[in-house]
Design a protein around this ligand. Sequence first.
Ligand code: PLP
Length: 111
Amino acid sequence: MGKRVVFLKQLYQDCLLCPTGFSANMALMVALRNLASLIAAGNVPVKDEKIAIFSDELNHASIIDGIRLAERQRSVEFFVYKHCDMSHLRELLSNCKMKKKVVVTDSLKTM
Ligand SMILES: Cc1ncc(COP(=O)(O)O)c(C=O)c1O
């Protein structure tokens, strides 16, 4: 396993290796939060600089925890759509005036 990790790191120098699915999901959500902070030049992002995250209601707990952590830093706002309900997602997306939108789902594979 150790050799494979070293090989991966050599192949993809910019990759982020996470030891568990939980930490990968948390890391991604925190990265989104940091992105919003960067756009706001280190300040608390104003509404227009925030990232809107649309999350399936049955997403894994690690995704939800990551989004809540990001939300607490006031860099993202999140919206929950009914499980695999694309009409509901479309409605939320079109009602949201924020420019930067991210849809997060693990439902394709695990649900
Ligand atoms: C979508 C998803 N994310 C994260 C996890 C958690 O992964 P881990 O047990 O490696 O932390 C799971 C586990 O089933 C999962 O299905």
